[in-house]
Write a protein that binds this ligand. Structure first.
Ligand SMILES: [Zn+2]
Ligand SMILES: [Zn+2]
Length: 400
């Protein structure tokens, strides 16, 4: 059935890769330290002709495959961490760890990358240069990619990598479909923390107090209004306040109120404009009512920007390996965020989405990534493995 030899090779390793994925799924780990996951990955890579570098600050693994021909280098990435949440999928390999679930499909990414290492290891004689397999922890908010860069990810080979490719599975797209776009693909994501301080008192006599609650409400509304007046309608931006906290009971005016939120943008210019705007509004709305407010912005991941030429290469390679019907341009960016963005700030490359909606579910209606009920189609992993391998080979050949 598989006309393409890389797809056939990917299918051939699937029986080894599915058990790895299920073992990772059953024993998920969270954050930058994933000892069991690392042990399983190393076991899967055992016997392959790889030069393995174990990172010390995190559980990151950098496995380098040296081709038999001279040439450049490419980074292929699979993230390995899970989320702090319960699992309710009823899968027979459901999480056995309380409050940990592979709900973003990183178990598939890790297994696919191990599969690609197997497929490419068998083709060393065709490879010009190096393939750097990046097994990354801490994608879910822990800046794992940045930690791996700081620990020398790009210095393991000479010359340094001139291309970078990551795949992310999604239950929102039919299984086996590859989708990406040139330019901004995912948003920056920063945390907003606001503390409003007034003066507590009796609820019946607000004139003897300084009530922070109406001020908190006005800050939320002023921010949402200002976004529509200050940022062009053509520039995507989201500010959501997800938490508002104040008071203890109905007849007491509290001293403080707190807001927490997130700000998402698709450009560094809009990002810094919105930061300044938040500071101005928070401070001055409180001031206008005679209260004091402080804003703390916690910088999250930068905008994920795909390289135009690399995106075109992936479209071409994916069309060649999978067929035209399997490659669908991503119509718009996504306001989620990715720490792969740190790597793309240094090396031209992209992240491609890979549809993995189970065939018994309807994309769009199926539980989404991060849902306690999300399921992924393991068959899509063959597509992922073949795509990792094909993109690496073609990029190295073209830039050799
Ligand atoms: Zn996620
Ligand atoms: Zn993810």
């Amino acid at each position: 059935m598989s006309a393409n030899p890389l797809l056939a090779a990917a299918r051939a390793v699937l029986p080894e890769i599915i058990p790895l994925r299920r073992a990772l799924h059953r024993f998920p780990e969270i954050g930058n330290h994933l000892p069991e996951t690392r042990r399983r990955v190393l076991e899967a890579l055992d016997g392959l002709p790889l030069d393995i570098h174990l990172h010390e600050h995190t559980s990151g693994i950098v496995a380098v495959l040296e081709g038999e021909l001279p040439g450049p280098a490419i980074v292929l990435r699979g993230d390995m961490d899970a989320l702090n949440m319960p699992e309710n999928t009823d899968l027979d390999f459901s999480s056995e760890i309380e409050s940990a679930m592979h709900a973003c499909g990183h178990d598939l990414h890790t297994a696919m990358l191990a599969g690609a290492a197997k497929v490419l290891s068998a083709r060393r004689s065709e490879i010009p240069g190096h393939v750097v397999f990046m097994f990354q922890p801490g994608e879910e908010g822990c800046h794992g990619a940045r930690h791996m860069l700081d620990e020398g990810l790009l210095d393991v080979v000479s010359p340094r990598p001139n291309g970078a490719f990551a795949i992310h599975v999604t239950a929102q797209i039919p299984s086996g479909i590859v989708s990406h776009r040139p330019g901004p693909e995912m948003a920056s994501a920063d945390e907003i923390h606001v503390t409003i301080t007034g003066r507590g008192g009796h609820a019946s006599a607000p004139h003897f107090a300084s009530d922070p609650i109406p001020v908190a409400a006005q800050i939320v509304l002023a921010v949402e209004t200002a976004l529509t007046r200050e940022v062009s309608a053509l520039e995507p931006v989201v500010v959501t306040f997800g938490k508002i906290e104040a008071g203890t009971t109905h007849n007491v005016i509290p001293e403080t109120a707190r807001l927490e939120g997130t700000v998402r943008t698709l450009s560094e210019e809009v990002r810094s404009h919105v930061h300044a705007m938040l500071d101005r509004i928070v401070t001055n709305v409180a001031e206008a009512h005679g209260l004091h407010a402080e804003l703390e912005l916690v910088a999250g991941y930068p905008v994920t920007v795909n390289d135009d030429d690399f995106a075109a290469l992936v479209t071409e390679v994916a069309t060649d390996v999978l067929g035209e019907s399997k490659v669908v341009p991503l119509p718009t960016p996504i306001m989620g965020a990715e720490d792969w963005s740190y790597v793309l700030q240094k090396v031209p490359g992209i992240m491609a989405f890979l549809g993995a909606c189970p065939p018994d579910l309807v994309p769009g209606e199926a539980p989404n990534n991060h849902s306690n009920r999300v399921r992924f189609d393991e068959d899509a992993m063959a597509t992922g493995i073949a795509l990792y391998a094909a993109v690496a080979l073609e990029h190295l050949r073209r830039t050799a």
